[in-house]
Design a binder for this molecule. Structure first.
Ligand SMILES: [Zn+2]
Length: 210
């Protein structure tokens, strides 16, 4: 569940504050914009934690997302039409299916891959910022460009190591999915402060009981 508590002072863009069934909040960085998007809601049972009801919600969500890590953006930088919003939601629905297959070592369906391919047509237009000399983006950023940037990242992780870097948290009671960007490919937990720590505590207790 995504908390709306304001942790912006110490949570970097792309890291979301989630609240477990026990009411304890923790930070989770899925290390991938498409996987971060899954935290915003989804079809069927995921609809219970839907946070995006209209285009303005998506613009606000993007302002806190991993996208804003690369270049700071505000909700006002986006111009998302209702039809584009619907396409982004459809891509997110498909992503739930695709991720569900690849974390279990199964190939995604050709139909789902086709939708991802077709969504990747356009992307955010980069520019040299005339003031800072650093990277900037041409604004407004359209919904079609957001759709494309998400779809292109999905294509990247599907082809990178055959999608094996997309992994579900190793805790048996946790379904969070992240992209393992570690060099040693050994990220196991959604969050060290959550599942990593719970594992450490269990291991410690098991040793005490021996
Ligand atoms: Zn976990």
């Amino acid at each position: 569940m995504v908390s709306d508590t304001d942790y912006s002072g110490y949570v970097s863009k792309g890291t979301r504050v989630l609240t477990g069934g026990d009411g304890v909040s923790y930070r989770f960085d899925p290390s991938s914009l498409p996987l971060e998007l899954l935290l915003s809601g989804g079809p069927g049972p995921y609809g219970r934690f839907e946070t995006l009801d209209r285009p303005a919600d998506l613009a606000s969500w993007l302002q806190e997302s991993r996208l804003a890590l690369t270049v700071p953006v505000t909700a006002a930088d986006f111009r998302i039409r209702p039809a584009e919003f619907a396409e982004i939601q459809a891509l997110r629905d498909t992503l739930w299916l695709v991720v569900g297959e690849i974390v279990h070592g199964r190939p995604p369906s050709a139909e789902d891959l086709t939708l991802i391919n077709e969504s990747a047509a356009t992307t955010i237009q980069p520019k040299v910022d005339l003031v800072t000399g650093g990277l900037g983006w041409v604004t407004p950023i359209t919904g079609a460009q957001v759709l494309g940037v998400v779809a292109r990242e999905v294509i990247d992780f599907l082809v990178w190591d055959g999608g094996r870097r997309v992994r579900e948290c190793a805790a048996s009671d946790c379904r969070l999915v992240f992209l393992d960007t570690s060099r040693s490919r050994n990220r196991r937990w959604c969050s060290m402060e959550r599942c990593g720590n719970r594992h450490k505590v269990r291991t410690y207790r098991a040793r005490q009981d021996e």
